[in-house]
Design a protein around this ligand. Structure first.
Ligand SMILES: Nc1ncnc2c1ncn2[C@@H]1O[C@H](COP(=O)(O)OP(=O)(O)OP(=O)(O)O)[C@@H](O)[C@H]1O
Ligand SMILES: [Mg+2]
Length: 291
């Protein structure tokens, strides 16, 4: 259930995302989605998992209408995505943060980039300035406000890209690989930032610890289809299923969630508290946040 109310807010009558038998083929003939059906309810936080090329980003591109579904196959925040007249409203209420932050940042300074959306919503100058400062502080990027986005590190860009989306105060957040390129402190901070948010969330990730920390439910895609939809805890305790769908950590890489390495028996209990046990933010980062 959506925890917020007021004009323009979601009601609990319609799901946040409703996908019915969605197919998609790219112009070169690659089939990327095949019979995808799923429902995400208000207030849910759902992980969308799957190996490379499974169709996750293609699905995200449909959610905000960058790729157009057939009528009645996809409703987001109660709007039919196929109906072009809904797109402006849809893109205000749904924010998709794409994997490559360069796709999202285009203004000369971070301040202007984050202000861009709220300004277009018609907010007054002071309200825009307050919102910009608030969301940048929330993502630990207050100190970057006057920097040119194209000169930031990947992790810094990622935080600013998230801030540009939060600045729109959306009902629904879709994050494509939000923890990629973040340092361990940045990943912890991301979890701490996302956990209390009121927005319904769909988090596309290969980071099982992130899924465990933030998403009670996980949906797994493979070859354009949904092949599993279950409690994250159940999924992470099933080493065979993880291996089968290319989700298990590989080649000597330490596990982020299950404690498995390739060729070893997975532990039988997932570790959703992984991030909780990390040391607190460094004093330096905390000081920078306060700037
Ligand atoms: N512009 C495109 N033109 C043709 N095929 C594409 C295009 N973009 C993606 N694909 C193909 O569509 C399929 C799904 O790709 P998609 O990017 O949705 O996967 P993904 O699950 O996001 O993978 P990853 O984890 O690597 O980001 C893949 O087979 C991919 O090669
Ligand atoms: Mg992708």
């Amino acid at each position: 259930m959506n925890r917020r109310s007021g004009p323009g807010r979601l009601t609990s009558d319609e799901p946040a995302i409703e996908i019915r038998d969605l197919d998609f083929r790219y112009p070169d003939g690659t089939t990327a989605l095949l019979g995808v059906s799923m429902t995400v309810h208000h207030g849910e936080s759902v992980a969308l998992l799957g190996g490379n090329g499974a169709g996750k980003t293609t699905l995200a591109l449909h959610l905000n209408g960058l790729l157009t579904p057939l009528p009645d196959r996809l409703r987001v925040v109660g709007l039919d995505v196929a109906d072009g007249s809904n797109l402006a409203e849809l893109r205000r209420r749904l924010q998709v943060v794409f994997a490559n932050p360069d796709d999202q940042l285009f203004m000369p300074t971070v301040r202007e980039d984050v202000a861009f959306g709220p300004r277009n919503l018609g907010l007054g100058r002071n309200d825009v300035a307050d919102r910009v400062k608030g969301v940048l502080a929330a993502v630990g990027a207050a100190h970057l406000i006057d920097r040119p986005p194209h000169r930031l590190s990947t992790g810094e860009k990622r935080r600013v890209a998230l801030a540009t989306s939060l600045a729109m105060d959306p009902d629904l957040l879709v994050l494509d690989e939000p923890s990629a390129g973040l340092d361990p402190g940045g990943r912890r901070q991301l979890v701490e930032l996302l956990r209390p948010l009121a927005q319904t969330r769909l988090i596309i990730t290969h980071d099982l610890a992130l899924a465990a920390a933030l998403c009670p439910r996980s949906v797994v895609m493979e070859d354009g289809r949904i092949v599993a939809d279950m409690a994250t805890e159940t999924l992470l305790s099933n080493g065979e299923l993880l291996e089968h769908h290319d989700l298990a950590p590989g080649l000597g890489e330490p596990s982020t969630a299950t404690g498995t390495r390739l060729g070893q028996q997975p532990v039988s209990h997932p570790d959703p508290g992984h991030y909780d046990r990390e040391p607190p933010l460094s004093a330096e980062r905390a000081a920078r946040q306060g700037e």
